[in-house]
Ligand binder design. Structure first.
Ligand SMILES: NC(=O)c1ccc[n+]([C@@H]2O[C@H](COP(=O)([O-])OP(=O)(O)OC[C@H]3O[C@@H](n4cnc5c(N)ncnc54)[C@H](O)[C@@H]3O)[C@@H](O)[C@H]2O)c1
Ligand SMILES: O=c1ccn([C@@H]2O[C@H](COP(=O)(O)OP(=O)(O)O[C@H]3O[C@H](CO)[C@@H](O)[C@H](O)[C@H]3O)[C@@H](O)[C@H]2O)c(=O)[nH]1
Length: 464
């Protein structure tokens, strides 16, 4: 029977908050610490602050009981055996990960250690950070036998964060001490022993009642590299398929068919081969840059990653050119925009290619009516509404009297629009889709001119 462990999670953002409620769901007692008092109060009051499936239910179930929110890291450190650091590691001006938040937390933890603690690096950090945290804690006068630092990278995706956390493909624990590895083994035991999945009220996901996700024990450095290498590899896949999509456009081939054919090879796999306007979000852009920077600092040539970044940037420019070609000119054009978040099912707009494109179209003299099911409030803080930009309440309001409708985010609801209604709402029946959400035949049948990514310009007959 897995035992209940006292856990502190520092940072209550996308990773910290999800980890905190999921650890409670796994049976542990959790203190979630944030130095943003406003967030702490909101969470104590039951406001999730971010848009994630299952998060409201879990927060409601455990808030102020098995998950307590506070800003006092010293108290949390004293009470808990394992302390997960889940604060931001944004990109610095040089491309490196900015580790100042991690450092501040490590030093604050060090000042409160009086008994053995496992400090867990959950934030995404470059190789050697584990050693660097350890030295920072020692410099604060903590005896070496009073703590260990473990690397336990997180692989959840936004939008499916809770299900991903509770149904991981793998759990990676990088530990240079058996004692610390055993604590982490205990924390994840409800998943690795499968007891969680036998519960009738378990959050559904990929692991069925008999599943047991593997826990991979590694060195701390290997764990750190696993995280950066995994994100960089996924970014490679996306840029690769985007480059193939461009080749398909040049030859009137169909990238969707090409991706299916490639993905059927078990060595390649079908996932992360969706072409579009490029990857965004708070992870891939910064993690690819940080991994490239690590290689540079080690004197190694990993220029492949610079190419990945270049292709990614270029995808947005190609999309803009497509819209320009379809409308002859951009100046003065009225565009309906569907999607502002960096991907569907999230309200996160960090490094969103959709927002980059909105800014590019505004700079070209277009006016925009934009709709996103969850990200409009955040976008309006960055790009306030004005004479050229308005935020509207539905996809059809965005399309109303527009010269073209652009699909920039792959929200599920954008894939099931009433096409007849769109046709009559738009000024010109043109849909330019940066996410390939529609079958071109269906668009044609509904009288819409449809332009997407990596598919033939003239629509060939339906395939049966
Ligand atoms: N977002 C994801 O999908 C994802 C997935 C896997 C890994 N990661 C990594 O996890 C880390 C966190 O990412 P995030 O998206 O949750 O970030 P976030 O910005 O949403 O949340 C970070 C939180 O840390 C808090 N914080 C900062 N300094 C603090 C301090 N000194 N004490 C207490 N709280 C403090 C902030 O107030 C904020 O609430 C990053 O390293 C990221 O790369 C993110
Ligand atoms: O085939 C694809 C898949 C994704 N994307 C884009 O890539 C970006 C990232 O998507 P996704 O990976 O689903 O979202 P994240 O929440 O950023 O998750 C990534 O980044 C996290 C933070 O490190 C990791 O934990 C996850 O494993 C990793 O998938 C988004 O802009 C997507 O639109 C594509 O263009 N094509």
């Amino acid at each position: 029977m897995p035992k209940n462990i006292q856990i502190a999670v520092v940072g209550s953002g996308y990773v910290g908050l999800v980890a905190a409620v999921c650890f409670a769901e796994m049976g542990h007692d959790v203190i979630c610490v944030d130095n943003d008092e406003r967030k702490v109060k909101a969470l104590q009051g039951g406001d999730t602050l971010i848009h994630e499936n299952y998060l409201p239910e879990l927060l409601q179930r455990y808030r102020n009981t098995k998950v307590r929110f506070m800003s006092d890291l010293a108290e949390a450190t004293r009470e808990c055996e394992a302390i997960f650091i889940a604060v931001g590691t944004p990109q610095s001006e040089t491309g490196d990960a900015d580790l100042s938040y991690v450092e501040a937390v490590a030093c604050e933890i060090a000042r409160s250690i009086t008994s053995y603690k496992v400090i867990v690096e959950k934030s995404t950090v470059p190789v050697y950070t584990n050693e660097w945290i350890r030295r920072a804690i020692e410099r604060n006068g903590v005896a070496r036998d009073l703590f260990d630092v473990v690397s336990n990278p997180e692989f959840l995706r936004e939008g499916t964060a809770v299900a991903d956390f509770l149904h991981p493909d793998r759990i990676v624990v990088g530990a240079d001490s058996e004692r610390a590895a055993a604590v982490l083994g205990g924390i994840y035991a409800p998943l690795t022993e499968g007891t969680y999945y036998q519960r009738a009220d378990a959050i559904p996901g990929s692991c069925g009642p008999t599943a047991k996700p593997p826990l991979l024990n590694t060195s701390t450095k290997s764990a750190e590299i696993i995280k950066h290498a995994s994100n960089a590899f996924l970014a490679v896949k996306i840029s690769f398929i985007n480059a193939v999509a461009n080749l398909c456009e040049a030859t009137d081939a169909n990238v969707e068919q090409v991706a299916i054919g490639m993905g059927m090879d078990a060595r390649i796999g079908p996932k992360f081969l969706r072409p579009g306007i490029g990857y965004g979000g708070s992870c891939f852009p910064k993690d690819v840059a940080a991994f490239r920077s690590v290689a540079e600092q080690l004197g190694l040539d990993f220029s492949m990653l610079s190419e990945v970044e270049k292709i990614n940037e270029n995808q947005k420019k190609r999309f803009l050119s497509k819209v320009r070609t379809a409308l002859w000119t951009l100046r003065g054009k009225k565009l309906g925009v569907l999607g502002l978040a960096f991907k569907g099912e999230t309200d996160d707009i960090r490094e969103s290619p959709a927002i980059d494109l909105v800014e590019m179209f505004l700079a070209e003299g277009c006016s925009i009516k934009a709709f996103d099911p969850a990200a409009m409030e955040r976008t309006a803080e960055r790009l306030p509404a004005g004479p050229k930009l308005s935020y509207v309440e539905s996809a059809y309001a965005a399309a109303d009297d527009a010269d073209a409708l652009l699909i920039l985010t792959d929200w599920a609801e954008f894939a099931t629009l009433d096409l007849k209604r769109l046709n009559t709402t738009l000024r010109y029946p043109i849909v330019i889709d940066g996410r390939n959400l529609y079958d071109p035949h269906v668009m044609l049948e509904n009288g819409l001119t449809y332009i997407s990514v990596g598919r033939p310009s003239a629509i060939p007959p339906r395939e049966h």
